[in-house]
Structure formats: structure tokens, C-alpha cells
Design a protein around this ligand. Structure first.
Ligand SMILES: [Zn+2]
Length: 267
């Protein structure tokens, strides 16, 4: 039996419900004209920007820290179409500090490592945003004196240091070269105490010069702060000094003391 016992307001309520449903459907349904305009505007913005890839390609001859033989054959097909398998499927093995990569606070500090300061703990806000690319004086390491001379203003949070390593094309030489240019302990201490820099990019495999005590101290000055992220092994060939937007996205490796990362600059 049909229930005819409806109130005079029931039609109005029904109409309101239908209108509510329609508005929900349009919010989640096909893209509105406004959304489309926004997308097209953003698309035009992005097309005008130049993208510079500042990551190195992973190739067998890419140098590895303290090694004569580079990365070697780090990738291998496990199944292969050529050999009759249905698909190509590879396995690769790299250290967490291979090629262009980031260091996590736990890299040189066991307490921080055990507290979970791995690459997952790194802030995406630090890894992405406005960045300054600077040329450092050639044939000098990044000392406190060099840092002072660069005169990087307070408020600058991300800096990529382009050194003689780029001119010398060290990242293209398979054999590790310990004569690379990088931070000395007083340079790192200066950065941590007198600047607002939280993302420190360098153009060879370590942010620190190679003598062991310096290697340790530089990393401690930067990493023990827990909010400074070194990005090492950057490809700065095409990044002339200036202001860009950087995007670095390391892998979310739980317990990773470092991770390979793709880094790009938008101009
Ligand atoms: Zn590293």
C-alpha cells in the first residue's frame, strides 16, 4: 500500500535533498570550467619554466666513495623477454650513498640512528623550495673564511655549492678522487651556527673533505642538528649561479642512513 500520509513540506524536503545531491555530484564529478582554466594556466606556467636535472645517471662507471671501480654492474635482469620470459624484470643493488643522494642524521651518529633519524624523517619542506646556487672560490675548500666571503644572507634555507669538482668533472671519473673540494670542519661549523641554511648541496660524493677526522667533524656539525640535510653527488654542470626552485625526493627507506635521490631545478 502506498502511504499517502505526507506532510505539506515533504515535497520541499525532497527538492532540497535532490539539490544537495546535485551539488555533491558536481563537486566530485567532471572537471568544472574553473578547474580546467586553472589547469591550463598552471600548464602554461610550467611550460615556460626551464627544468634542469641535477641528478647523475646511475651507470657502472659512476664513482663510489673510496673505491677504484665505481658502481660496477649494479643492475641485472632477473627475467628477460630475450630469454623467453614474459617480461623484463631487474634487480639492482646500490649503497644508500650512491650517486646523487641525501644523508640522514643517523649517518654518523648511532644515538640518532637508533632514535629513528633515518631518511624518512627528513622534511620535504627542506628538500623542496627556493634555492641559491653559488660558485665557490676555485682551488679552495669550503672553509669558514670562504663561507664568510660568500656572504649568504640570513633567511636563505637552501644552497648548492658549485666547486672545482664540477670543472674537473670528477663525477665522470670512475676512480674515486680524494682531492675533491668540500667543507672543512670550520666551514661546516660556520654554516650551522651563522646561517639559516638547511639544505646543503655539493658536487661530489661527500659534503666533507676526505681526512677522517674532518669527515667526521663536518658530518657531526651538520647532521647532529637534525634539521640540516646534505645532498651529495649533485650534477651542477648546467646550473649557473642564481636562484631556482629545487625539488629533491629521496626514497622512503625506513632505517636508511642515506638514500639516492632525484633532484631537479626549476628556473
Ligand atoms: Zn652520503
Amino acid at each position: 500500500m502506498t502511504n499517502h500520509n505526507t506532510s505539506p513540506y515533504s515535497h520541499l524536503l525532497l527538492l532540497a535533498a535532490v539539490l544537495a545531491l546535485v551539488s555533491v555530484a558536481s563537486a566530485f564529478g567532471p572537471t568544472s570550467r574553473l578547474d580546467l582554466q586553472k589547469i591550463m594556466r598552471e600548464e602554461r606556467n610550467y611550460m615556460q619554466k626551464k627544468v634542469i636535472d641535477i641528478s647523475h645517471k646511475y651507470v657502472p662507471d659512476l664513482p663510489a666513495y673510496d673505491s677504484k671501480s665505481g658502481l660496477g654492474n649494479f643492475i641485472k635482469l632477473k627475467t628477460s623477454i630475450k630469454l623467453g620470459d614474459l617480461y623484463n624484470f631487474s634487480v639492482f643493488k646500490l649503497t644508500t650513498h650512491s650517486g646523487t643522494h641525501v644523508d640522514a642524521p643517523g649517518h654518523f651518529n648511532e644515538t640518532l640512528f637508533e632514535l629513528g633519524y633515518d631518511v624518512v624523517s627528513l622534511h620535504l619542506q627542506t628538500l623542496n623550495g627556493p634555492v641559491l646556487v653559488v660558485d665557490t672560490p676555485r682551488n679552495k675548500n669550503i672553509t669558514a673564511e670562504v663561507m664568510r666571503s660568500l656572504n649568504i644572507p640570513r633567511g636563505v634555507k637552501r644552497v648548492l655549492f658549485r666547486t672545482s669538482n664540477t670543472d674537473r668533472r670528477l663525477m665522470y671519473k670512475k676512480e674515486f678522487d680524494s682531492s675533491y673540494s668540500a667543507f672543512t670542519s670550520d666551514g661546516a661549523e660556520y654554516l650551522a651556527q651563522n646561517t639559516d641554511i638547511k639544505l646543503v648541496g655539493v658536487d661530489y660524493l661527500s659534503v666533507a673533505i676526505s681526512p677522517k677526522d674532518e669527515l667526521l667533524k663536518v658530518h657531526q656539525h651538520l647532521l647532529n642538528s637534525k634539521d640540516i640535510i646534505p645532498v651529495e653527488g649533485l650534477n651542477l654542470n648546467d646550473a649557473v649561479p642564481g636562484v631556482y626552485t629545487i625539488h629533491c625526493l629521496p626514497l622512503r627507506l625506513v632505517h636508511g642512513d642515506g638514500s639516492p635521490t632525484r633532484c631537479i631545478l626549476f628556473q
